[in-house]
Design a protein around this ligand. Structure first.
Ligand SMILES: Cc1cc2nc3c(=O)[nH]c(=O)nc-3n(C[C@H](O)[C@H](O)[C@H](O)COP(=O)(O)O)c2cc1C
Length: 203
């Protein structure tokens, strides 16, 4: 186990994996950690579908257009990754929870400053990524371009939105920053404010 700030610092999007399985007990621990996140009204709308079967991972990779990454020079990072996790969220868990007596009086989901099912999805995603790093593994995130096709393939119910696909595995030695990560971080004074917002010249 690594110290928390170190886990956060080590986390990078990994788009190159060794073709090596991950111990199922490790996969179980990572999934359990991802599901320990907070949720609005404790609605617990997050759903995970974990896929380790090689043929099924190849199908998911094809559905997520792995060829596009191959053409861009990333290699077959989706099908090679030994663990796929589809992170989904059921919006109706929130609508149902906020229709209950103790929450209906708050004005329900329409009063929120942001749709909290997306907020909770982000919290679960972060836990998933950090749990993988904490186990000495790498993880990557990608957009699901055809959610209906993925839904049909995995049998995900129509009221669950597949938010993103997370690949997990042993990072290859040459899995350094790629793609957008090369852009570098925004200057701290542009994104962090104390006491009040201070405008800085745009970059
Ligand atoms: C919600 C979300 C969606 C992303 N979608 C993709 C994607 O579809 N394909 C991809 O290669 N990277 C994707 N990324 C990875 C980002 O490009 C990456 O996090 C960013 O470049 C910063 O790099 P770092 O995570 O290594 O610090 C996604 C990241 C997030 C958080």
């Amino acid at each position: 186990m690594t110290e928390f700030p170190e886990v956060v610092r080590q986390r990078r999007m990994v788009r190159r994996y060794r073709d090596e399985p991950v111990d199922p007990r490790v996969v179980e621990r990572i999934a359990a950690t991802a599901l320990r996140g907070p949720s609005a009204g404790f609605s617990q709308g997050i759903r995970l579908v974990v896929v380790t079967d090689a043929e099924r991972r190849r199908r998911i990779a094809a559905l997520c257009d792995e060829e596009q990454y191959v053409r861009a020079g990333f290699g077959r990072w989706l099908s090679v990754a030994p663990v796929h996790v589809v992170l989904g969220v059921r919006e109706n868990d929130y609508r149902e929870r906020y229709a209950e007596a103790d929450k209906a009086s708050t004005g329900g989901v329409e009063r929120w400053s942001a749709p909290y099912w997306w907020v909770d999805s982000g919290a679960a995603l972060m836990l998933l990524l950090l749990a993988a790093v904490d186990e000495g593994l790498g993880a990557g995130v990608l957009d699901i371009q055809d959610p209906d096709a993925l839904r049909a393939f995995l049998g995900i119910p129509g009221d669950v939105t597949p938010v993103c696909l997370v690949t997990i595995g042993h990072a290859a030695a040459d899995a350094g920053p790629v793609g957008s990560a090369r852009r570098g971080r925004r200057p701290r004074e542009q994104i962090l404010h104390y006491q009040r917002w201070r405008t800085t010249p745009p970059r």
